[in-house]
Ligand binder design. Structure first.
Ligand SMILES: [Zn+2]
Length: 200
């Protein structure tokens, strides 16, 4: 095999690290870059290298950040009495974009999953416990996903909150707005039914 074709194979293999990219898509991307996007491909390579070297985690909320304290944690306009726990930076972004939430966050970077080797230590729960113990936080909003592991994590977090004298709350999961009961899946309907709230 010539040097050129092995480099091409290496590029295709490297592109497969992206989520949802299989062999065929990776090949299409590699050809696309080489055929018509060489300049922007170089830019991509340079930015990628910089980002991976310089973006770390915020020392307070664990979200991705170039600084040791991210802009959300450093902001003086965020409410420090409410802390919202999410599984991932994607979930944080979704809440920021969809709600008017003005409190702070804690990003687990996963969920309790013993089979994947994710325990309290990997999720930074000692750090969270310490923060809950300072006495500034009044409410812990638990926004982990409504999956089996997300629910188990929520249960664990609620115990941590209570132990620290903080009120734990959980996002309501249920029937989508505009939805009809007969089209909602059984798990969602059961959850919505179980977490019904008093009308006032
Ligand atoms: Zn932060």
């Amino acid at each position: 095999m010539s040097n050129g074709s092995s480099l091409l194979a290496e590029l295709i293999e490297a592109l497969r690290c992206l989520p949802g990219v299989g062999g065929k898509s990776a090949q299409r991307m590699a050809f696309h870059l080489l055929e018509r996007e060489r300049e922007r491909g170089l830019k991509l390579a340079a930015v990628l290298e910089q980002a991976i070297q310089r973006i770390g985690h915020c020392s307070q909320c664990r979200n991705f950040s170039e600084e040791s304290l991210c802009s959300l944690c450093a902001s003086s306009s965020r409410d420090r009495q409410v802390l919202c726990v999410v599984e991932s930076p994607t979930d944080l972004a979704a809440i920021e974009q969809a709600t008017g939430y003005r409190g702070q966050y804690f990003v687990l970077m996963g969920r309790l999953s013993p089979l994947d080797g994710l325990g309290p230590e990997e999720l930074g729960l000692a750090q969270l416990t310490e923060r809950l113990g300072v006495g500034e936080i009044e409410e812990l909003i638990i926004a982990t996903n409504p999956t089996v592991e997300g629910e188990a994590t929520a249960h664990y977090l609620a115990q941590l909150a209570r132990a620290g004298g903080v009120r734990p709350t959980r996002l309501a999961h249920g029937v989508p707005l505009g939805g009809e009961l007969e089209y909602v899946d059984r798990g969602t309907l059961a959850h919505a039914f179980g977490s019904r709230q008093l009308l006032d």
